[in-house]
Design a protein around this ligand. Structure first.
Ligand code: PXL
Length: 259
């Protein structure tokens, strides 16, 4: 049977991040992709110019229509915009029992807000308790756990905090650490596991977080165990950055065809 995955995320018309990247990654791993947009960005590789968040009802109806007909084997959320949309997503997913990956996107690389402060609080209250995995970077972990997060030790403490807030597993991504990019998983049994990658000297990293969480979601849809899904996705993302096609005048996309 063909596995399916649904992304509930923002649109990036330049195709390197957001739901466009998610769909390409689902496809790349042989998973049938479904996508419910939450917000529309006007952007290219040089930056975000404008963001319009869709109405919560519109987002909720899209998700319900998909769940009624081609139920996905795994779901991921990305940029959600405002608290109304977060609530709508949590409501629509009440009857979804498969793996839910929450990528708590807060802002684009150049600082455009994609999840405002009330949305962040609603995400903690309504979505984290339903999440199989939450995948914050250092900044997002700091914002969600309300503490500084800048080394492995504070990553571990933030992960514990986020697990106590309800996400069954927590992956704090260390891509912005000084030195090696080490990600730290705190799993549902309370065990820590590290995933280490190689850093590439390139400005072309647009959509890295989206690609990583989409790859994890695709692997979960295919039935892989979480640690294996993360390890394969981490390897894929490292290779996708290393072999980026050099597109765009700004921070360009990864190689979404990477092996
Ligand atoms: O990678 C964060 C992100 C998420 N969603 C959308 C984006 C971006 C970054 O640019 O555009 C739609």
């Amino acid at each position: 049977m063909l596995a399916a995955a649904l992304t509930i995320a923002g649109s990036d018309p330049s195709g390197g991040a957001g739901l466009q990247a998610d769909l390409k990654i689902f496809h790349r791993f042989g998973v049938y992709g479904e996508a419910a947009p939450t917000l529309i960005t006007v952007q290219n590789t040089c930056g975000v110019r404008r963001i319009e968040v869709l109405s919560p009802e519109l987002v909720e109806e899209q998700i319900r229509a998909v769940l009624d007909d081609i139920p996905p084997d795994a779901v991921k959320t990305g940029a959600l915009g405002n608290a109304g949309v977060v609530e709508a997503v949590a409501r629509a997913l009440e009857r979804f029992e498969g793996p839910l990956v929450v990528d708590p996107v807060m802002a684009s690389k150049n600082g455009a807000t994609m999840t405002d402060e009330p949305a962040r609080r609603t995400l903690v209250e309504k979505l984290l308790p339903r999440a199989s995995l939450v995948t914050p970077n250092l900044e997002e972990a700091a914002a969600l756990a309300s503490m500084p997060v800048d080394d492995l030790d504070s990553m571990a403490r933030a992960a514990e905090k986020l697990r106590s807030m309800g996400s069954r597993n927590v992956l704090v991504k260390g891509g912005h650490l000084e030195g090696d990019p080490v990600d730290l998983l705190l799993n549902s049994r309370g065990e820590f596991q590290q995933f280490t990658g190689r850093r590439s000297a390139t400005r072309h990293t647009h959509g890295t977080g989206c690609v990583y969480s989409a790859a994890i979601t695709a692997h979960l849809a295919l039935g892989l165990q979480l640690a294996e899904a993360i390890q394969r996705s981490k390897n894929f993302v490292s290779e996708a950055i290393r072999t980026n096609p050099g597109l765009g005048r700004g921070s360009g996309p990864l190689n979404l065809f990477a092996e």
